[in-house]
Ligand binder design. Structure first.
Ligand SMILES: [Mg+2]
Length: 170
């Protein structure tokens, strides 16, 4: 039951994911959440973020940003890193993910999703059958509704880690 919120993998940071390895495994497009996944909530694109997208293009990976935030927040960020985007994506709705795959010319098998929240980011990607990487949120001080979701995420993450350990043992 909780499995619908489980990521395929966890990584400390979006900047430490082995993207070349995913490319070798057939991934051709990466969908990113923005806030707390690539930069602090509401922050503009950093040189590090721009460099990451440059690197992904070099590998041969398409990208798309999908955010529940407004176009005013998302468009300048997308412009700075040179990626297509969808604002007001309504995650966990499938709509944004499907549109992102259409824009990238990929399908569920050749797409990777990277995000920091279980109940929006990961759930939505799982609903589309897309492989997921859950990253640690960048900023420790978050808005109150996010703090509440983190509190609710905790038991789900604990169950996920227990299942992972069982799977690794067997
Ligand atoms: Mg986020």
């Amino acid at each position: 039951m909780l499995e619908i919120f489980y990521p395929d993998t966890r990584c400390a940071s979006s900047y430490q994911i082995p993207y070349e390895e995913y490319y070798r495994q057939g991934i051709r497009g990466v969908i990113f959440d923005i806030d707390n996944t690539l930069v602090m909530h509401g922050a503009p694109a950093t040189p590090e973020a721009a460099a990451l997208f440059e690197k992904l293009r070099g590998i041969g990976l398409n990208t798309c940003l999908i955010s529940n935030n407004s176009a005013e927040r998302v468009a300048p960020f997308a412009e700075a890193v040179g990626s297509p985007f969808m604002s007001k994506a309504g995650k966990p709705s499938r709509r944004g993910y499907m549109e992102a795959m259409r824009l990238m010319g990929t399908n569920a098998e050749s797409t990777l999703f990277v995000g920091d929240q279980l109940f929006t980011d990961i759930w939505g990607a799982n609903r589309c059958g897309i492989r997921t990487v859950l990253v640690n949120p960048i900023h420790p001080r978050e808005e109150i509704q996010i703090v509440l979701k983190r509190f609710l995420e905790k038991p789900v993450l604990a169950a996920y880690e227990r299942k992972k350990r069982r799977t690794e043992r067997s």
